[in-house]
Design a protein around this ligand. Structure first.
Ligand code: DAH
Length: 350
């Protein structure tokens, strides 16, 4: 009786194990036969009730069956695990021969590139890079730079004034505005640092005006200032020629014309030979062969005084270059607004 049961049991269990589809099913079958209350476990437990001779025989067979099934279970477990692995492999395979997707890398804005290049050149000839505030006082932006009270640049048409509480005279005297040029940093720097000094001041500036291809409400300048006991226009010419040659990476002819700025005396305008036609005359340079690049001059005595320096002891040159203009010349860009458009078709060309 026990013998038949065991044989039936063996075939039944074997069949079920073979049919198991997954580890959960297999585990259930294991419990059914070999678990704590499993059929075979129970048979093994009841052996002690059999007669002595039966006990040895049935016990032996039941144990053989138990070993047999355990082996089957472990084989099936391996089989199912392999199956799962294979499925994962098929589902999650990677074709390592497929060309990669290149992550798109950003890069510096053309104005930042031109700013860095400018800084690099001036630093290599002994100039420090200094910054100043974009929100400026009327004093530093105008008065300290010898710009008279009735100068048109002080008009609301030309300058962004910040709204102030009125009725307080002290506050009135400290009227705030968005700086219209980087020149105020000349005075700020000389107040705190004694000459000899050589600095450039790159920065953002603001003008209250209608935009077109060559005008923006905000753009960038690089101010330059060199002060020592004996600094002449010849020093300025040498420095600025060196700068342009290195910036445009070719020999550049420059020309200095008389001009007027309240904060320099004498003042001049600096032109470079047109990068488009190399001086022959074209539409970019209005057929003159020259391009206006910057304002400059010898620091006015009143500017030294405003900074607390004795003009008798010091001489210096100052200049202001439009960074946007430099970039437009270098890359032949015909509309300043492109720099601020955020248009990737434009930016990706740099
Ligand atoms: N600040 C002038 C402007 O914005 C540019 C300038 C001219 C700067 C002459 C200077 C200078 O330092 O000497 O138009």
């Amino acid at each position: 009786m026990a013998k038949i049961n065991l044989k039936l049991l063996k075939n039944k269990a074997k069949n079920e194990i073979e049919k198991a589809q997954n580890l959960k099913e297999l585990n259930d079958i294991f419990k059914k036969y070999l678990g704590k209350k499993g059929e075979i476990t129970q048979i093994l437990a009841s052996i002690k009730n059999l007669t002595k001779e039966k006990r040895a025989r049935v016990g032996k067979e039941a144990n053989l069956l138990k070993n047999f099934l355990e082996k089957k279970f472990s084989e099936k477990t391996i089989e199912i695990k392999r199956k799962i692995e294979k499925e994962i492999e098929e589902r999650e395979w990677i074709d390592i021969t497929v060309p990669g997707k290149r992550p798109s890398l950003g890069h510096l804005h053309p104005l930042s590139q031109v700013k860095r290049k400018t800084e690099e050149i001036f630093q290599s000839i002994g100039f420090s890079v200094i910054e100043g505030p974009e929100v400026e006082t009327e004093w530093y932006n105008f008065d300290a730079l010898n710009i008279p009270k009735d100068h048109p640049a002080r008009d609301a048409w030309d300058t962004f004034w910040l709204r102030q509480e009125t009725g307080n005279r002290k506050q009135e005297a400290r009227k705030l505005l968005l700086r219209t040029h980087t020149s105020p940093v000349q005075v700020r720097y000389m107040e705190k640092n004694n000459p000899p000094l050589r600095i450039i001041v790159p920065g953002r500036i603001f003008r209250h005006e209608a935009t077109d291809a060559s005008h923006e409400v905000n753009f960038y300048q690089v101010e330059g200032l060199m002060v020592d006991k004996k600094v002449s226009v010849a020093n300025f010419k040498a420095v600025i020629e060196e700068f342009f040659q290195r910036f445009f990476e070719r020999p550049i002819a420059i020309r200095i014309r008389p001009s007027y700025f309240p904060f320099t005396e004498p003042s001049f305008e600096v032109d470079i030979s047109c990068s488009n036609c190399r001086g022959r005359g074209c539409s970019v340079c209005s057929k003159t062969g020259w391009l206006e690049m910057m304002g400059a001059g010898m620091v006015h005595p009143n500017v030294f005084k405003a900074a607390g320096l004795n003009p008798k002891n010091w001489q210096g040159f100052a200049f202001g270059i439009g960074l946007d203009r430099l970039a437009m010349m270098k890359y032949k860009i015909n509309d300043i607004r492109l720099f601020y458009s955020g248009d990737l078709r434009f930016l990706n060309q740099f």
